[in-house]
Design a protein around this ligand. Structure first.
Ligand SMILES: [Zn+2]
Length: 72
């Protein structure tokens, strides 16, 4: 199975090790943000994409998750 974001070999959750780590970080940070500012999941993902301090892996994860949200 390939990673949902890049073409590397994926782990069980559908992401390669690098995107899997970034995904975990994104989820963990969201819990902190949500508690502090009541931000929505989508608002948070958009912030990640805009934030120049965010790593490229997290940005790619955010982009993927936004696309998934928009499919609903
Ligand atoms: Zn990947």
């Amino acid at each position: 199975m390939k990673c949902k974001i890049c073409s590397r070999e994926a782990e069980e959750n559908g992401f390669c090790p690098l995107h899997s780590k970034a995904y975990t970080n994104v989820l963990e940070k969201f819990r902190v943000w949500e508690a502090a500012s009541n931000v929505s999941w989508m608002g948070y993902l958009l912030e990640i994409q805009k934030n120049s301090l965010t790593g490229v892996w997290a940005k790619e994860v955010a982009k993927y998750l936004i696309e998934e949200e928009n499919k609903r």
